[in-house]
Every structure is written in C-alpha cells, then in structure tokens.
Design a protein around this ligand. Structure first.
Ligand code: G6P
Length: 601
C-alpha cells in the first residue's frame, strides 16, 4: 500500500528519503514523490517507481518527506501523486488511508478560495492545514484531525516551522530520533538504516518532529511515551539472490521457513507441539474463528478444517472484508485467530476492532509481531519467513498453513482427541516434511511445462476435495493475481451443478488428485469433464493411479501424509502460477492494481 518516509535534521535528507521509499515501494508502486526544504519548499513527483524520481543539483536540504502511492481516489497521474501542496506552497502533505468526508471538506475549502490540483482525497489535508494558519503547529494538527472522518496516517512538512508533523488513525506509522535528527515511516524497515529502535504510534497519536526531538501526544492531547521496538531483527534484505523474480526466490525459501517453525515448535523426543502459549489460553477455546483476507483467508479455511478434524471443535473461517461489516459476533468461548502476513491489512484490523470490546482471546499469525494486528493480539505466532517482497504471498502462506496445523494439533492434545502414538507419528512426519517441499521444487521444469500449456487458456477451473479445497482456492487466487487468468476453484462434486455449462475446449480444468479416500470421486469428476471435451490438467500425488489419457497434461508431486498434502499442492500451484505468468510475460512481482499490504478499506 502507500509508503511514507520523512526525515528532519540530516543533510541530504531528500536522497535519504528516496532510499527509504525504495525499501517500501514493493508495497505500493504506481507513483511517488518527495518534498524537501532548503529554505524554500520544493517537490518532485513521478508516475511509476522511485527510480523515476531523479534529484539533481546540490543537496542542501535538511528536511524531506516522501511517498509511494497505491491509487484509491483519482487516476495514476503525476498530479495525483503525493506530496500535495497548499495554495501558498508552505506545506507538503502525504497520506495513507481513505478520508471518507473529503468531498464535503473539499467543497467547503473551495468556497473559501482554495484551489485543488488533484482528484485525490488526500489533497484536502494540505488546504486544511493552510486554513488553520496562525495557530501553533500542534494546535493546527489537532484542529485538522478533528475535521477528518476515515483512516489515515498523515505526515506534514511545514516550511515556516522547518518541522514534520504526524497523526495516525488505523494506518501504521513509526517514529524515532537520534541526538540530531528525527525520522518517520509507515514501515520500520525504512528506519532501520538510521535507528537501532523505533516507536509504533497508537491510534489517535500525533506528534511534532524537529531535529533530534519528538513531541508525542495521545488522542486526548496528553504527552505520552510509547515503547520503542528494536529494529535489529528486522529483515530488510530486498535482494533477488540471483533469481529473476522475488516470487520464485520466495517459493524456494519455503522449506527453510517451515524448518524454522518446526525447530521452534515441534520435538520428537518427547513428541510435543509447543506453541509457547499459556495452557489456559488454549484451554479456554470452545470453538475457533479464523479471520483473514486473500491468501491469509485460505490458510484460515485450512485451519478451520484442521481444528474440526483433529481437535473436534467447531471452527469457521471468514473473510475479514466481510466480517468487519457483519452483524454476528463470536460466541462465548471463541478463540479468534487473525491471519495476516503483513499484520497491517485494514480489513482484518477493522474486523478485530469490531469485536475486540467483547474480549475474545486473540491470536495473531503474522510475519511482523510488532505490526498493528500483532500488537493488538493477546499472543502472536510468527511466520518466520523473512521479508516477502513479491506481491503474491507464497512462503508466508505455507508458514501460515503449517502453523494452523500445529495449532489444531496443540488444541487436539489438550482435549485428548490426539493420543501419544498419533502425536509421535505427526511429529516424526513433520520433521521430515520440508524435504517433500524440496522435491516439489526439484520438479520446477515439469511445473513449467504444464504451465506453458495452461497459459494458452483464459478460463480455468480448479477442482479438489476436502483438505485440498483451500489449496485449490489458493491456486485460483494466484492464477488471477499474477497470471491474469480467470480462475475459479470448486469442490469437485459441485462443478456439475451449474458450472458444467461452461465446459468447452477453451476452458481448462485443473484437478488436485491425491491417493486415498477421495481418489475415486476425483477420478469420477475427471471422467465427466473429459467426456465433455474440456482440456484436463492433473496435478497428481505420487501413489495415485495414473490418469493416463484422461489428462491432457499430468504433473506429479511427491507423496505426503494426508494432513500435509495441501501444503504440497499449494507449493506446486505457486510454481505453476509463476510459470504461467512468466509464459505470459507479465510483471510477476508487481501485478497491476495490487499491493502487498492493503491498508485501506
Ligand atoms: C493483499 C494481497 C494479497 C494478500 C492479502 C492479505 O490483497 O494482494 O496477496 O493475501 O492482501 O494480506 P495479509 O498481509 O493480511 O496476509
């Protein structure tokens, strides 16, 4: 989503802000801009990435503020890129979020004589600031914030005061200072080159940043100190390590991430799953609700299946964009599991805000324990993948899938629905499981062959049953996100109840075929689809009966224990989606219209 970075008190501040923006731009990347002070206020904006912003000439500036944009209001144009300036050219403003009442504000400001240059909601902030001229900067900020409805992190560079001002409501913002300089950013990764620790702001917080000094206030206007978080452990390696795309590199990092989780949480002697959660926390759970968006929701679907099957507890998964606006609330005794790789997805955060006053126990599964969602939760399970730059989540989905399985096992142990022998078997299988993922990755050439054939189609169904259905949903999402295919996942038996009407030579059907209980049923669907002349692509697990001529193309994947099969198929589908997108020559790491972390509704 939008990235924000600001610095005051360092020579060369604008160039350093651009460096900060580079570390954020994978999260939102349609346009960018920077403003700086060298006595006068200057601004430069560009459509596209930060490399399109060239700063020439001497660097006398000591304060600067920059932004990478993911458009919400107004097209992707230079005028709509941030920072936005007021009429007098004394202030530059950047914003992440959505201002719900911007039209009313803009109309009133226009009537007062202000001239707008963009179609954005954000520009009202610059003019509002201007309209409060005469008041002290902090007072101006408070008056401005009081007029806003919506979500925001705002940063303001004021020429007359040579200071930066910030305010936060539902969108992330971090600040930090050295003896001589102060810094702000929407993500602490941009602060790591400058600071050993930084402070995440809470909703309602607002501050003035001058060289080496931060005056921070809470929503009631009281001076407040927040706990700084160390930045040393933060993974800021934005590096493709020889791969053509981040996505392919990150798919190949999956086994290492899974092993990190297994080392932290699973032992064989004695067989044990230790999530490092207080016993009482899990013991209270009488049912489980998983909440997440996009790929994270698919991990929730899997988690709900695991919990129902292993712990025999009622469990459900809901998409957070829907749940945030729903009227139902979690029943008493519900453990709410919040899934978000970034920990900043606003839909998930809003779903959490809607129910938190009811006091359900909250467990977050995220890559960033100090993110907004991580900080709100009672406990966090960390995904341990290192930074994921490709917009399409891959290694983080596998980590989430493994963790929801471990959560189900831990609940099952506590409730006695999984005994000693079964746990020993599960722990033993888990410890060698990452090798199965390695073996999927060895078959990348075969995945590429299937993908090249699949890339000729514009419409694809993915069919699966039971535990593999969330993997099919995940595969369909990936094919949409990065390969721009119209892909839909269905429970295999459901296809004949309507979608069959769409089957023809130009509609590809992908089957996830595993040996065992559901094999015969899947083969039956395969026969039915084949009989209607639609091309069939089978991803078959070693041990299943060879589909032979029923399949237009078969990709074999290595065998895995039943519970872990979805992880194998998901990895194969991640690879296939990658190679389909590659065959279609698409911008794999930065698909059109998407953002890595969606911090607006
Ligand atoms: C965006 C991304 C998806 C991602 C979803 C949830 O929509 O494009 O790939 O799955 O956000 O992200 P989260 O960080 O909450 O897991």
């Amino acid at each position: 989503m939008c990235g924000i970075c600001g610095i005051v008190g360092v020579p060369n501040a604008a160039r350093l802000v651009l460096q900060g923006l580079r570390s954020l731009e994978y999260r939102g990347y349609d346009s960018c801009g920077v403003a700086w002070l060298d006595g006068a206020l200057h601004a430069k904006k560009a459509v596209g990435g930060v490399d399109n912003l060239r700063l020439d000439g001497p660097a006398h500036e000591t304060a600067a503020l920059g932004h990478t944009r993911w458009a919400t209001h107004g097209n992707v144009t230079q005028e709509n890129a941030h920072p936005h300036l007021d009429c007098g050219g004394d202030v530059a403003v950047v914003h992440n979020g959505v201002l719900l009442n911007y039209e009313t504000l803009r109309d009133a400001l226009t009537t007062q004589g202000h001239t707008f240059r963009s179609q954005t909601d954000s520009e009202v902030l610059a003019h509002l600031w201007e309209s409060h001229a005469g008041a002290d900067g902090l007072e101006r900020l408070r008056r401005l914030v009081q007029q806003l409805k919506g979500t925001f992190s705002i940063a303001i560079l004021d020429r007359t005061e040579a200071a930066l001002y910030v305010a936060k409501e539902r969108n992330p913002l971090w600040v930090g200072a050295t003896k001589t300089a102060s810094f702000l950013a929407s993500d602490p990764v941009a602060l790591k080159p400058h600071l050993p620790a930084a402070t995440p702001l809470e909703d309602g917080d607002h501050a003035r940043l001058t060289p080496g000094r931060i005056d921070l206030f809470d929503a009631a206007g009281r001076p407040v100190q927040r706990t700084a978080q160390p930045l040393a452990g933060l993974d800021d390696r934005i590096d493709k390590a020889g791969y053509e795309h981040f996505m392919l590199k990150e798919i190949h990092e999956t086994p290492a991430s899974l092993n990190r989780i297994l080392s932290a949480h699973v032992t064989i002697e004695p067989p044990h799953v230790d999530l490092h959660l207080p016993d009482a926390f899990l013991a209270k759970a009488q049912r489980v609700l998983f909440l997440g968006a996009g790929t994270s929701f698919h991990a929730g679907l899997l988690g709900a299946q695991f919990v129902r099957r292993l712990a025999r507890l009622p469990a459900d998964a809901q998409t957070s964009p829907e749940y945030k606006d729903a009227t139902s609330v979690p029943e008493k005794g519900t453990l709410v599991v919040l899934l978000s790789q970034s920990g900043e997805t606003l839909d998930t955060l809003q779903a959490l805000h809607r129910i938190e006053s009811l006091g359900p126990p909250l467990l977050a599964l995220t890559n960033f324990p100090k993110s907004s969602i991580g900080r709100k939760a009672d406990h966090v399970l960390e995904l341990r993948t290192g930074v994921e730059v490709g917009v399409a989540a891959t290694k983080t989905f596998l980590s989430q899938s493994l963790l929801v399985y471990l959560l189900a096992l831990a609940l099952a142990r506590q409730r006695g629905t999984v005994g000693d022998a079964a746990l020993l078997q599960a722990a033993t299988e888990l410890k060698r499981f990452s090798r199965a993922i390695d073996r999927v990755l060895f078959r990348t050439a075969e995945a590429g062959q299937l993908a090249r054939e699949l890339s000729r189609f514009d419409h694809v169904f993915l069919l699966a049953k039971d535990l593999l259905l969330p993997a099919a949903f995940e595969g369909a999402l990936k094919l949409k996100e990065i390969a721009y295919l119209h892909a839909e996942a269905y429970a295999a038996g459901e296809l004949k109840h309507g979608p069959f009407a769409l089957l023809e030579k130009s509609t590809a059907v992908v089957f996830l075929l595993a040996p065992g209980a559901h094999e015969a049923s899947l083969r039956n669907s395969l026969h039915e689809v084949h009989a209607r002349g639609a091309p069939t692509f089978v991803i078959a697990m070693d041990g299943a009966q060879d589909p032979g001529p029923l399949a237009t193309h078969t990709l074999w994947v290595p065998a895995a224990p039943f519970d872990l099969q979805p992880l194998v198929f998901s990895t194969a589908l991640h690879l296939v989606s990658y190679w389909v997108a590659k065959a279609r020559a698409l911008p794999i790491d930065r698909p059109r219209n998407l953002a890595k972390s969606v911090t607006v509704e």
